[in-house]
Design a binder for this molecule. Structure first.
Ligand SMILES: Nc1ncnc2c1ncn2[C@@H]1O[C@H](COP(=O)(O)OP(=O)(O)OP(=O)(O)O)[C@@H](O)[C@H]1O
Length: 696
């Protein structure tokens, strides 16, 4: 009969079973041939909801149909196999763990010979009988799965039904059902472990985005590998291809903290060459594969390891990730397996992304710091005068706070420069510095400029645009000429300063803003408050700290310091050797009242840098208004002999001068205003005063 020999020999039975006891096969035990039980698969229990014990009992309860076959035993009513309790049926599952046999399940009085019979059944791949017991190996083929990647342990099912013959088919289908159950149990366990590993890895990978420093990141990655793979150590070897070296970190226990190996040595070298994961465990005949020099350097003993390649975003090998010494546990021995290699490969993918993004972050941070340093240096607050020194100190103090600052001072004294000093010395230095000239904006535009607008909120609003408050988020907003802001604008500004949210024109959503405000004015705000042109509550809001810049004429020799600074700056810009200021120029500059302050000085030096030639600059080159040389020019103007009165002469001179500067700047009013030492809005105001056309 075909059923006599059950299944092919177990392909997975490898180790000697330690069994020398002869046992009969189905052929020589006729009791096994008289199977009366129905053949076919045992229905699988619902693995997802049942506990392991419940599943095992459910499978074993399949034995119940046999129980009435035995004399003196009646069929139980409940599903619970009373026959087990009464010891009418004795059955069990035994498995081999290394050289030991473990009884996984047993009903009734134990039977010491169970392992021997189980070993026999597994070795022979058949149902074997010994006295009242019959045994069959549970293997992967019987359990409906035969892929080599899935290994069943050596496991067998044993059954005794007393005086009745044990039907072979029934025993086989029970063993098959048990195999399926075991596979599912193992899959479920593996899936649970995998889920845990994945969530651990994702958690760790999210944290790696915030880890600062190379060493800390690699340590954190290695720690994560040890945790998810349950092993003693992990090392990340980054490949220096040019030098044929692998640099391993963290280099635990190594003096100097650097673990370097040749990229052709050891298992890591194998992984690099093959691009595939490699395993190794002590006790085999391949001891030579392991680079024991690394062990010696680390005073460590490697017993097992798994190493996988680390691929970068271009799928090139960037290094090798190695986990060492698997800790034996409930579900595995002291060696790594394929699932460990899969897990380590997954972790290596996350690690490469984290290492790459940290490098990019470091580069970006360096670039940003360089740009911030350049921006801070590009507009230094020059001056050695005691008042400037004092201002510098106060600026450094307020920079450390987030207090509102009001900077006072005449036009061109350097209010914006001082505001930048505060910004670049504050914690906000990496955020933006945004400057707005409130005088240059009519009220209708001011709100949209400061707070932004939504598409279609007014005729010209063709798209949504964030305002300056939003653009300066995380940084500083410099509101220049705050005294010129309309009362309506002041009310809206006050609301934003108090609530720290903006609502775009035409919008309804509040947008939180973290923006420090530094305001500046050349106007006497107290007088404006008295004249009801400036809100007192806004003044108090802005004037938490006030800093006043002195006029340039009151800063003594700072004039020369600034002149030399500007001269060097412009000459460098135009590629000219820096000329020196002769005594007459120095004297004239010290005597000049500088009504346009530093801006006027800067413009004067800019003009001289472009127009003068020679190694020195004299008083005549400076063409300072009101100086001897400019007076000579004034006489030339009145050359027809009919001298206009002083007021007219002044007006004519101003008109002519403004016109000539605008012409020299090709009609660029911003540039012309800068050359004239004025703000653009002040230039327009001046032109209107002088009766000049302001239509561009
Ligand atoms: N102490 C200084 N060191 C170097 N440059 C300065 C200094 N003060 C002013 N400047 C330069 O002078 C010019 C005018 O400065 P700034 O715009 O800061 O003045 P302001 O007081 O804000 O003028 P306004 O009131 O007209 O807006 C700028 O080009 C600035 O770089």
């Amino acid at each position: 009969m075909e059923n006599d020999v059950i299944g092919p020999p177990n392909p997975l039975s490898r180790a000697p079973r330690g069994s020398s006891r002869p046992a009969s096969t189905a052929q020589d035990n006729p009791r096994l041939l008289d199977s009366t039980a129905a053949s076919g698969d045992v229905e699988m229990p619902d693995m997802c909801r049942s506990s392991d014990q419940a599943i095992m009992e459910e499978i074993m309860s399949e034995l119940l149909p046999w129980v009435p076959l035995q004399q003196g035993v009646s069929a139980p009513k409940a599903r619970r196999p009373a026959a087990f309790r009464d010891a009418a049926v004795r059955c069990g599952v035994v498995s081999q763990n290394g050289s030991d046999w473990v009884i996984d399940f047993w009903s009734g009085p134990s039977w010491p010979s169970a392992p021997t019979l189980a070993g026999e059944a597994i070795d022979r791949g058949e149902v074997v009988v010994d006295g009242e017991f019959a045994a069959i190996g549970i293997d992967s083929a019987q359990s409906g799965r035969d892929d080599a990647a899935w290994e069943m342990p050596n496991m067998a099912m044993l059954l005794s039904i007393g005086s009745q013959p044990a039907p072979a088919e029934r025993l086989m289908s029970l063993a098959k059902a048990f195999g399926q159950w075991f596979r599912l149990r193992r899959d479920r366990r593996d899936n649970t472990r995998r889920l845990w590993q994945l969530s651990k890895m994702l958690q760790a990978a999210a944290q790696w985005q915030q880890v600062d420093g190379d060493e800390a990141l690699l340590e954190s990655i290695a720690r994560c590998a040890c945790e998810v793979l349950a092993c003693e150590r992990a090392t990340i070897f980054l490949w220096d291809q040019g030098q044929h070296r692998l640099i391993g970190r963290p280099a635990i226990g190594i003096e100097g903290g650097v673990l370097e190996v040749d990229d052709r040595e050891g298992i890591v070298g194998e992984v690099l060459q093959s691009g595939r994961p490699c395993w190794w465990a002590a006790g085999g005949d391949d001891e030579g594969r392991v680079n024991r020099r690394v062990d010696q350097a680390q005073q460590f003993h490697t017993r097992s390891l798994v190493a996988v390649p680390m691929l970068n975003s271009r799928h090139q090998i960037a290094g090798v990730f190695e986990a060492i010494n698997a800790s034996p546990g409930k579900d595995r021995g002291p060696v790594f397996d394929t699932s460990d290699a899969d897990t380590l490969t997954e972790l290596a993918r996350h690690a490469v992304v984290a290492i790459d993004s940290q490098r990019t972050r470091v580069q970006l941070t360096r670039t940003r710091d360089r740009l911030v340093a350049q921006a801070a240096e590009s507009n230094p607050l020059i001056g050695k005068h005691a008042l400037i020194g004092e201002l510098r100190k106060q600026a450094a103090k307020v920079a450390a706070t987030d207090l509102s600052v009001l900077i006072l001072g005449q036009n061109g004294t350097g209010k914006e420069v001082l505001a930048q000093q505060i910004h670049y010395h504050s914690e906000r230095r990496n955020g933006p510095f945004v400057a707005v000239n409130c005088a240059a904006l009519v009220e209708s535009l001011l709100e949209s400029e400061l707070f932004g607008h939504e598409k279609g909120s007014f005729t010209d609003a063709s798209g949504t645009r964030p305002g300056k408050f939003e653009l300066a988020h995380g940084g500083t907003l410099f509101l220049d000429e705050i005294g010129d802001m309309s009362l309506g604008g002041q009310a809206k500004l006050l609301r934003v300063l108090e609530e720290h949210v903006v609502v775009r024109v035409g919008g309804s959503q509040t947008i939180p803003v973290d923006t420090r405000v530094i305001a500046a004015t050349n106007q006497p705000l107290q007088e404006l408050i008295a004249a009801k042109r400036f809100r007192e509550d806004l003044f108090f809001r802005l004037n938490v700290v006030s800093l006043t810049l002195p006029p340039l004429a009151g800063r003594g020799s700072d004039v020369i310091l600034l002149a030399e600074h500007f001269l060097a700056h412009f000459c460098r810009e135009i590629g000219r050797a820096v000329p020196s200021l002769d005594e007459s120029a120095t004297r004239a500059m010290l005597a000049h009242p500088w009504p346009g302050n530093v801006r006027e000085l800067r413009n004067t030096i800019e003009r001289v840098s472009y127009l003068s030639d020679g190694d020195t600059i004299g008083e005549a080159d400076l063409m300072l208004q009101g100086s001897e040389s400019s007076r000579r020019n004034a006489v030339t103007l009145a050359g027809d002999g009919v001298a206009p009165d002083l007021q007219d002469a002044t007006r004519e001179f101003q008109v002519a001068h403004i016109e000539s500067v605008i012409a020299a700047c090709d009609g660029n009013m911003t540039k012309a205003a800068r050359r004239l030492g004025l703000d653009r809005s002040n230039l327009y105001r001046k032109m209107r005063q002088l009766g000049m056309s302001t239509v561009e």
